[in-house]
Design a protein around this ligand. Structure first.
Ligand code: HEC
Length: 138
């Protein structure tokens, strides 16, 4: 491919992609009823997370998240991903939740897509609704 034709080819390709792909890029349409159902589903998961956070994880030592983080205090979900000293790397929120599950709760870590992990994170995020995102912040 020579130097003159290459940019033209690129532009043509971009135009082609835009025309052929644009319907795919549009979000699916949804109704008020959909929105209501999705909000209910989300809030049900938040409620489940609240219960898990307040002693629902059935760990043997019975330590619960709220003992150290009342109402999810000091969980700072808006600062993730960030470097976490305990983990020695840039981590996502779930990895730090697992650090607490393994250490204070002396329990086995959850997979990041375990419904209990999703619920714990939904609850933590919901508690910090409207706090500006600040990834990487300490
Ligand atoms: C015995 C006290 C204790 C308990 C119980 C506990 N944590 Fe923690 N948690 C800590 C400490 C200490 C840290 C580390 C703070 C730091 O250096 O960021 C921490 C950090 C965190 C962080 C990251 C905070 C940040 O600023 O980045 C999250 C999220 C978190 N805990 C969630 C949980 C969850 C969920 C549970 C229950 C499964 C839990 N914790 C149970 C003490 C506790």
């Amino acid at each position: 491919m020579n130097r003159i034709r290459y940019p033209l080819t690129q532009a043509a390709l971009a135009a082609l992609l835009l025309t052929t792909q644009s319907p795919v890029l549009q979000a699916d349409r949804f109704t008020e009823a959909d929105l209501e159902r999705w909000t209910q589903e989300y809030m049900a998961v938040v409620d489940k997370g609240e219960k898990l956070f307040h002693g629902g994880l059935e760990n043997e030592n019975t330590v619960s998240c709220d003992q150290c983080h009342p109402d999810a205090a000091n969980t700072h979900p808006e600062t993730y991903p960030k470097f976490q000293q305990q983990l020695g790397k840039v981590a996502v929120l779930g990895e730090m939740v697992n650090w607490c599950i393994q250490n204070p709760l002396e329990s086995d870590p959850l997979t990041l897509d375990d419904p209990r992990m999703v619920a714990l994170q939904a609850y933590i995020h919901e508690q910090r609704r409207l706090v500006p995102m600040a990834p990487g912040k300490h």
